[in-house]
Write a protein that binds this ligand. Structure first.
Ligand code: ADP
Ligand code: ZN
Ligand code: ZN
Length: 745
């Protein structure tokens, strides 16, 4: 018997699949998807791999034998392996990178020292994986090894990392400084959910709007139709109730369900609704779980002990059999797209799985992405719309405040308009709660010289550093590099260095000044950096006496507080000004989401949008809660400018420490594309090669090429050839190919 084994080789992105002979003694135990140890290289080092195929014969002679089988069961189902193969081809990554997404995290820690220092990842495992590869390529072996161990185990004793995993104390400190890991005395172990705690719920009698779609779903489930459905329903229209009833019917038919929600919406409130309805038949997968818990959940799914998986993006790879329905709530969310290899979009993967399994695919959102809505309009999805809140409570009244008038007419220099101030005061008087949203993106405080204009940039990344008042320090949001704030301009020596912009800290101070008695909570990356920080703040906000919640993007989603009757958008312009063709789409969705936080209870809600461009059409449509008008206007612009859904944008990025090498590599790829364009009209336009908008991150230069093409499928062959040629060349330059990326910096 022959086994084809994909090796766990971190040095390269290209797959190494080798044939091994299966010794007689292992033949009855071995199956596809199992982990094995095999000898590799002329030194026959033991290397780990996963069996991807079993065969009777091999075209090669003199095969080495498999050394050992690891574990008793496959870690990857055969159908998932096939999916991974598809992923690796479509998204230009190695099969092993794809398999890593679909296999459980490390098994056991094997140690329990109660007072020992534990090291854990401070970044998500996918990012860690990419950073690890970069470190390894740079020769930073100790740091790479530590990340590697943590990716598999997520949380490990410091001593063990150093003694058994080839790390060093210095390397751990380095990683800690960069913000990649945290070192704590105890390990945090959290249960996925506490079933006892949740109240049992039963299905509600559907509203008229719900009834239409539920009956359609019942019919599709009954007749095992594979169908793609897009549900647009305003917030509070009862979409989740529709999901619950559809899943219930799927379970009755003996099938299973996968329910994806954006990580940020995966709150205890959300989980409660599923566990409340389906009890212990639910597995929950989220990033705050300990490794052990995550592994338990994964195992429960694999053994067929649960019928519903609720989780964020990567839960789409759950080892769930017999899938009847896949649901993606808030399908327009960016977090469904992975920004690190494999650079997949959960909708594409869900489509593929639903196709293979003959399952229903249900996408839902209050503000569908323009691309998916366009598809629905063109018959690729069956479209359903729910336009009323389930309790018929009115959508909030939205007012637009022209901030230009604030300065000139009202002589008000505060970032809070007089109108907003007076509304906040009304809420305080009535004991009602307020949410204030500040879009941080591109609006954080940076320090610059008033004499010569020099902006203090991170020395390792070509972007401005952010000022933190509390510590009077400057830090880089890309690499975590932090310095004491400067008092003198490094360029001209002037003492007039000042910080610009308005951050959440500054607004918090302003609120305390204007409303001395009010309880103000701030929620942003700084105040939620610890595990569970996010929930803690929300729990606080639920209390009496906490009147105002001020925050970044985090306050826009999923919060369902009936006492909130006022929402303020402090700087609508920042999201509109972003240099990306999706700026309008994102802004519309953002305004709709955040305004939708108001008036979810008995009392009517109101919202105030502060802007310097009060006649902006996106703001106007958001004020009127008019998605359709927004869409009709936007799709015309997309067509005129030839943007998705009318094309695919392929973002080819080359990075590395040596700028000459990076630029040469990008030029080489550029030439290949030029040759292709001469004989072929699949590519609509080419931008670059040239430096990316952010030219350097973590001391790595970044060059890019942007392609617009009718669809990725048309140029797949070209891209595959670019990818494979690059990976085979073993350059010290990294290549990534990303289709319709969420960020193009
Ligand atoms: P969405 O997911 O569209 O924001 P939800 O499903 O969360 O809406 O519904 C909003 C609220 O209305 C929830 O508290 C939910 O329990 C309740 N609800 C939804 N449908 C019904 C119904 N048919 N009868 C009674 N309450 C309902
Ligand atoms: Zn200066
Ligand atoms: Zn930096």
């Amino acid at each position: 018997m022959i086994a084809k084994v994909v090796l766990n080789n971190k040095e390269q992105n290209i797959d190494q699949i080798f044939d091994y002979q299966v010794p007689e003694s292992l033949q009855s135990k071995l199956s596809v998807g199992m982990r094995v140890k095999v000898p590799f290289g002329f030194r026959n080092n033991a290397v780990e791999g996963i069996v991807v195929e079993l065969a009777q014969s091999s075209e090669f002679k003199k095969l080495k034998p498999i050394k050992q089988i690891l574990g008793n069961e496959p870690v990857c189902l055969e159908k998932i392996l096939k999916l991974c193969l598809w992923i690796s081809k479509k998204y230009f990554c190695s099969l092993y990178q794809a398999i890593r997404l679909a296999t459980p995290p490390g098994m056991t820690l094997g140690i329990d020292e109660k007072t020992a220092k534990f090291v854990s990842l401070a970044i998500d495992t996918e990012t860690a994986f990419t950073i690890k590869e970069e470190l390894r390529a740079k020769g930073a072996v100790a740091r790479a090894r530590i990340l590697e161990a943590l990716i598999m185990n997520d949380n490990m004793p410091l001593a063990k990392l150093v003694k058994e995993r080839g790390g060093s104390y210095e390397a751990v400190r380095g990683l800690q400084k960069s913000g990649y890991v945290t070192v704590e005395i105890q390990q945090v172990v959290r249960k996925a959910y506490d079933e006892e705690k949740y109240e049992k719920t039963t299905a509600y009698t559907p509203t008229d709007e719900q009834k239409v779609i539920i009956e359609h779903l019942y019919d599709a489930i009954e007749n095992e139709k594979k169908e793609r459905i897009l549900l647009r329903g305003v917030t509070g229209s009862g979409k989740t109730e529709v999901f619950l009833q559809a899943i219930e019917r799927v379970i009755e038919k003996g099938k299973n369900a996968i329910m994806l929600v954006p990580e940020i919406s995966l709150t205890p409130q959300m989980v409660q609704r599923f566990v409340g309805r389906f009890g212990n038949r639910v597995a929950v997968i989220h990033s705050a779980l300990s490794t052990g818990e995550r592994f338990d959940q994964w195992n429960k799914i694999k053994k067929g002990e649960v019928r519903v998986v609720v989780g964020a993006r990567s839960a789409i790879f759950s080892p769930m059999g017999n899938i009847g329905i896949i649901i993606l709530d808030e399908e327009h969310e960016n977090s469904y797209k992975s920004e690190t290899a494999p650079r997949y979009h959960a909708i594409d993967v869900a489509e593929k799985i639903a196709d293979d399994e003959n399952a229903i695919l249900l996408l839902a959102s209050a503000t569908p992405s323009v691309t998916e809505y366009y598809k629905a309009k063109n018959g690729e999805y069956t479209l359903f719309e729910m336009t009323k809140r389930y309790n018929e409570s009115a959508m909030p009244q939205v007012d637009i405040v022209d901030m230009r008038g604030e300065l000139f007419e009202n002589k008000n220099r505060s970032p809070l308009s007089l109108k907003l101030q007076s509304e906040i005061q009304k809420n305080l008087d009535r004991g009602e709660k307020t949410i204030l949203f500040l879009n941080r993106r591109g609006y954080s405080t940076f320090v610059s010289c008033r004499e010569c204009g020099e902006v203090i940039n991170c020395p390792e990344c070509s972007i401005a550093m952010t000022y933190h008042k509390k510590k009077d320090s400057l830090s880089c949001h890309y690499c975590g590099y932090t310095i004491q704030n400067v008092t003198e301009c490094p360029a001209c020596g002037s003492k007039y260095v000042k910080y610009f912009g308005t951050g959440t800290q500054k607004i918090e101070e302003e609120l305390k000044r204007l409303f001395p008695g009010a309880g103000v909570l701030r929620m942003d990356a700084d105040t939620t950096s610890k595990k569970g920080g996010h929930e803690k703040i929300l729990d606080e906000f639920r209390k009496k006496g906490e009147d105002i919640l001020l925050g970044t993007q985090m306050v826009t989603k999923g919060l369902d507080f009936h006492e909130v009757t006022l929402v303020g958008v402090l700087a609508a312009d920042t999201s509109l000004a972003v240099d990306d063709f999706r700026a309008n789409e994102r802004s519309f969705s953002l305004f709709t989401q955040v305004c939708g936080r108001a008036g979810r209870g008995e009392r009517a809600g109101r919202a105030i949008i502060q802007t310097y461009q009060p006649y902006n059409t996106t703001i106007k449509y958001a004020k009127n809660h008019d998605y359709t008008a927004f869409y009709e206007n936007e799709i015309i612009q997309r067509k005129r400018l030839n943007y998705p859904p009318f094309c695919d944008i392929i973002y080819i990025m080359v990075t590395g420490e040596d700028e000459a090498e990076v630029s040469a590599c990008a030029d080489g790829i550029g030439d290949e594309i030029k040759r292709y364009v001469q004989s072929n009209n699949n590519i609509l336009s080419v931008l670059g090669p040239g430096p990316a908008p952010i030219e350097k991150i973590r001391n790595n230069y970044r060059y890019r090429i942007l392609l617009k093409c009718k669809s990725q499928d048309n140029v797949q062959e070209l891209l595959t050839s670019i990818y494979e040629n690059h990976e085979k060349s073993r350059k010290k330059v990294f290549l990534s190919i990303d289709t319709n990326p969420v960020n193009m910096f």
